[in-house]
Design a protein around this ligand. Structure first.
Ligand code: CA
Length: 312
């Protein structure tokens, strides 16, 4: 079976780090590269975190630094309450020697997609600035993009405003470009990712895997669970970004619903909202997205553990 070629575009981030771990070794996936974006933390920090995760796990793919701000508006403040001062507090990494790839993320995405012999799936787990820019800079990439499987948005309630989720509102214009690009979008919104709750019992289970991935997962999630409890009063933190990779490995772990989704870029109180036509009221509009609605929680954690075991 051909491996599915993917580019992971991220802002690590605890959940991004787990997504990197899962994407790098699974036999169904071929990770062509990792691109970084400003989001959970500044671009400098998210890039350093991506390099640290790759070095720690021995992941040998290009890491390219991308957009340090959204396409149009100023960036939102970074989220130190949840991810800590470094953006990836918890694990202690050895001195960093892995080198950054000199290409800009936007150019790396364009070059890699155009050069690939088969189509590529883009997997953004941060604000969509790099993907939006790549699509605008070189629209020819569109015909070679299979799908864009992203974490962001919500068909119900947001987490930055009542209407909007962080990855989308941080660069709503870029999200608008992505959702109107004509390629299928699979959206892991908060409605779905809030079902992927990493309770202490999950951390306990994964910690039994005595390898670098098990150790990294445990160090990351102990910190993440602690800040989720302190910030929101939740026992288990939602492991947002890994749902994208789990879906690529086994789509049957997530129930989706095809619908029209429009990004609000009006600058009003609902700016950055993913307006998902859940009941198919706007029948003249294209069903441009598969919105994820239900997670098979048991299957999901089995996939995460399967990925951890690949580092034995
Ligand atoms: Ca992220």
């Amino acid at each position: 079976m051909d491996k599915r070629k993917i580019i992971l575009d991220c802002d690590p981030g605890h959940d991004d780090a787990v997504a990197i771990m899962m994407a790098a070794r699974h036999p169904k996936l071929e990770l062509l590269g990792i691109t970084t974006v400003n989001g959970n933390q500044t671009l400098e920090k998210t890039t350093r975190n991506a390099l640290n995760v790759c070095q720690y796990l021995g992941i040998d793919v290009p890491v390219c630094k991308g957009m340090d701000r959204p396409m149009v508006r100023p960036a939102l403040p970074v989220e130190e309450r949840v991810h800590g001062e470094s953006g990836l507090d918890g694990p202690v990494f050895p001195p960093l020697t892995k080198q950054l790839d000199p290409r800009h993320a936007v150019d790396f995405i364009i070059e890699t997609v155009l050069a690939s012999d088969t189509n590529v799936t883009l997997v953004p787990t941060g604000p969509l600035s790099n993907i939006g820019m790549a699509i605008r800079k070189e629209p020819k990439i569109l015909e070679k993009i299979d799908e864009i499987v992203l974490m962001g948005g919500a068909y119900q309630h947001g987490n930055v405003t009542p209407a909007a989720e962080f990855n989308i509102i941080d660069d709503a214009e870029a999200a608008y470009v992505v959702f109107t690009c004509g390629r299928p979008v699979v959206m892991m919104g908060l409605d779905l990712t809030r079902q992927a709750l990493c309770y202490p019992s999950v951390v306990e289970r994964m910690s039994k895997n005595d390898n670098p991935a098990g150790k990294l997962f445990t160090d990351l999630m102990k910190f993440f669970c602690m800040t989720q409890k302190k910030t929101f009063g939740w026992e288990g933190g939602p492991l947002h970004d890994p749902t994208c990779v789990a879906y690529l490995i086994d789509p049957t772990c997530i129930e989706t619903k095809e619908m029209y989704t429009e990004i609000d870029i009006t600058g009003g109180p609902s700016h950055g909202r993913t307006n998902c036509d859940f009941f198919n009221l706007m029948t003249d509009k294209p069903r441009n997205s598969k919105v994820c609605v239900k997670l098979d929680v048991e299957k999901f954690w089995n996939i995460v553990e399967e990925c951890i075991k690949l580092y034995n």
